[in-house]
Design a protein around this ligand. Structure first.
Ligand SMILES: *[C@@H]1O[C@H](CO)[C@@H](O)[C@H](O)[C@H]1NC(C)=O
Ligand SMILES: *[C@@H]1O[C@H](CO)[C@@H](O)[C@H](O)[C@H]1NC(C)=O
Ligand SMILES: *[C@@H]1O[C@H](CO)[C@@H](O)[C@H](O)[C@H]1NC(C)=O
Ligand SMILES: *[C@@H]1O[C@H](CO)[C@@H](O)[C@H](O)[C@H]1NC(C)=O
Ligand SMILES: *[C@@H]1O[C@H](CO)[C@@H](O)[C@H](O)[C@H]1NC(C)=O
Ligand SMILES: *[C@@H]1O[C@H](CO)[C@@H](O)[C@H](O)[C@H]1NC(C)=O
Ligand SMILES: *[C@@H]1O[C@H](CO)[C@@H](O)[C@H](O)[C@H]1NC(C)=O
Ligand SMILES: *[C@@H]1O[C@H](CO)[C@@H](O)[C@H](O)[C@H]1NC(C)=O
Length: 374
C-alpha cells in the first residue's frame, strides 16, 4: 500500500506540540494488514539505497498523555508515523515498511520472532535492498537482536533500534535513533557485522550488548566486549574492521514454525530446588539458570538439577546473574557452561539449538566454541 502525502499522519513533532494531548488509542492492527509491504515514499528515488523497516512496537512507537510522561504510556504508532517524524530519512533512502506487530517488547513471542526472521531473510535476498531496520521495545530488544543474529545469514546490515522515551516526550530519543539506524543500514562500513543494536549514538553487536538501566537513555552497551562504533554528527564511525565474535553461528530457520521451550531460573539464597522439576513438568525442553557468581547454585538446588538431568537428559545451562562475566567449564557434570552469554542470550542459543534438533554433545560444543580455549 502506498501513502500519499495527504494521507500521512501527524509527525512526532506535531504530537509533541499539541497541548494538551488527549490520548487517542490507536486502532489495533488488523491481521490482514500485517506483512503488507508499505512503500513509505512516493515516488521512489532510484539513486537512493532501499531500506525496509520492520516495526514491532515498543516505546519508540508509543505516546504518553503529556510531554513529561515517560512511564505508563501506550504503544500504538505505526511504521508510517515513525517515518513521518523523521523526514530526513527519505533523503538518504527509500523506505518500505512491514508492521510485524505493535506490542511492548515484553509481549514479543516466538510467533513474532519467526515472522521477523522469515521476512528479513526474504527481504535481504533482494538485490535492491541495502539493509533492514527493526524497531522494537527496549526491554527484550537484546533477545530479538541476538535471535536475528543467529537466524539471518547476510552480509547486509540488520539494525535493531528502540527508544527510551515515548514519541510525545520532551527530548524524545526515537526520531534520532531511527535516523541513525537507517543511516547504519545503508552504510558500506556496516556490512559483515551481523545484527547491530543502535541507541543513544552507540553501535553495538547483538552478541554482548545488553540493557543496563531500566529507565535512563544511556542503557545499551557492553562493558567487557565494548562497542562496535559511535555516531558523530549522524555519521557512523567504527572502532574495528568487520569481524564476528568467536563461535558465531547461523541456523537456517526456513522451515521452522515453532521454537523449543526453554526457561530461565533465577538462583538466590534459599532457591527452591523444586523449580527445576516444575519447569520440566511445565514443558521446558531445556533450562538456563542465572547462577550466583560464575554460574553457582546451592547444594540442594544442584542436587535437584542433577536429579532432573539424570532422569531426563535435558540440557541445563549455567549462566550468571551478574550483569557481566564468564561462566567457565561447569564443575557439575549436569550443566553446560554459558561462557560469556547472559541468561537471556544463552536461552536464545539453547532454544535454537534444540529447535534444530542438536544432540546434547552438540549443544555443549556450541556453547564451548563461543570462548577461546587456553
Ligand atoms: C534522488 O537522490 C539523489 C541522491 O541523494 C539526489 O541528488 C536527487 O536530488 C534525488 N532526486 C529527487 C527527485 O529527489
Ligand atoms: C532502490 O530500488 C529501486 C527500485 O527497485 C532501484 O531502481 C534502485 O536501484 C534501488 N537502489 C539501490 C541502491 O539498490
Ligand atoms: C532533503 O534534501 C533536500 C535537497 O538537499 C533539502 O532541500 C531538504 O531540506 C532535505 N530534507 C530534509 C528533511 O532534510
Ligand atoms: C504472539 O503474539 C501475537 C500478537 O500478540 C499473537 O497473535 C500470537 O498468537 C502470539 N503467539 C504465541 C505463540 O503466543
Ligand atoms: C551462511 O552463508 C554462508 C555464505 O553465503 C554460507 O556459506 C553458509 O552455509 C550459510 N549458513 C547457513 C546456516 O545457511
Ligand atoms: C525446507 O523445506 C523444503 C521443502 O520441503 C526443502 O527443500 C528444504 O531443503 C528445507 N530446508 C531446510 C533448511 O530444512
Ligand atoms: C525430579 O523429577 C525426576 C523425574 O522426572 C525424579 O527422578 C526426581 O526425584 C525429581 N526430583 C525432585 C527433587 O523432586
Ligand atoms: C546422577 O548420576 C550420576 C552419574 O550416574 C551420579 O553420580 C549422581 O549421584 C546422580 N545424581 C542424582 C541426584 O541422582
Amino acid at each position: 500500500m502506498r501513502f500519499s502525502v495527504a494521507q500521512k499522519l501527524p509527525a512526532f513533532a506535531a504530537l509533541a506540540l499539541a497541548s494538551p494531548i488527549t490520548h487517542q488509542p490507536q486502532p489495533a492492527f488488523e491481521s490482514h494488514s500485517l506483512f503488507v509491504r508499505q512503500d513509505i515514499q512516493t515516488p521512489i528515488n532510484g539513486s537512493l539505497p532501499n531500506v525496509t523497516i520492520f516495526a514491532t512496537g515498543g516505546t519508540i512507537a508509543s505516546q504518553g498523555s503529556s510531554n513529561t510522561q515517560t512511564v505508563g504510556y501506550q504503544v500504538g504508532l505505526g511504521v508510517q508515523q515513525l517515518v513521518d517524524a523523521v523526514p530526513e530519512i527519505l533523503n538518504i533512502s527509500n523506505i518500505a515498511g512491514y508492521q510485524i506487530s505493535n506490542v511492548d517488547s515484553g509481549s514479543v513471542n516466538q510467533t513474532i520472532l519467526l515472522k521477523l526472521a522469515h521476512q528479513i531473510n526474504a527481504e535481504l535476498a533482494k538485490d535492491d535492498i541495502s539493509g533492514v531496520v527493526v524497531t522494537h521495545g527496549t526491554d527484550t530488544l537484546e533477545e530479538t537482536a541476538f535471535f536475528l543474529q543467529l537466524a539471518v545469514n547476510s552480509s547486509k546490515p540488520v539494525v535493531v533500534v528502540g527508544a527510551m522515551r515515548p514519541a510525545t516526550a520532551l527530548s524524545a530519543d526515537g526520531p534520532l535513533n531511527l535516523l541513525q539506524a537507517v543511516t547504519l543500514a545503508v552504510s558500506e562500513n556496516a556490512k559483515d557485522r551481523g545484527t547491530m543494536i543502535t541507541l543513544n549514538d552507540r553501535i553495538g553487536s547483538a552478541f554482548y550488548t545488553t540493557k543496563n538501566n531500566a529507565n535512563s537513555l544511556d542503557t545499551f552497551f557492553s562493558t567487557e566486549a565494548g562497542q562496535l562504533g559511535f555516531f558523530i554528527n549522524q555519521v557512523p564511525y567504527f572502532y574495528f574492521a568487520p569481524s564476528v565474535p568467536i563461535g558465531a553461528t547461523h541456523f537456517d530457520l526456513t522451515n521452522t514454525t515453532s521454537l523449543a521451550q526453554v526457561d530461565i531460573l533465577y538462583v538466590h539464597q534459599d532457591v527452591d530446588p523444586a523449580l527445576f522439576n516444575a519447569s520440566y513438568a511445565a514443558g521446558a525442553e531445556g533450562i538456563v539458570f542465572a547462577g550466583v557468581g560464575a554460574g553457582g547454585i546451592s547444594a540442594t538446588a544442584s542436587e535437584a538439577a542433577e536429579g532432573l538431568f539424570n532422569a531426563t537428559g535435558i540440557p541445563i545451562v549455567a549462566s550468571r546473574r551478574s550483569v557481566d562475566g564468564f561462566v567457565p567449564s561447569a564443575d557439575e557434570s549436569f550443566s553446560i557452561a554459558a561462557g560469556f552469554y547472559n541468561p537471556q542470550k544463552a536461552r536464545v542459543l539453547l532454544q535454537l539449538a534444540l529447535t534444530m534438533g542438536y544432540e546434547y554433545d552438540e549443544i555443549k560444543d556450541l556453547f564451548a566454541q563461543s570462548y577461546p580455549k587456553p
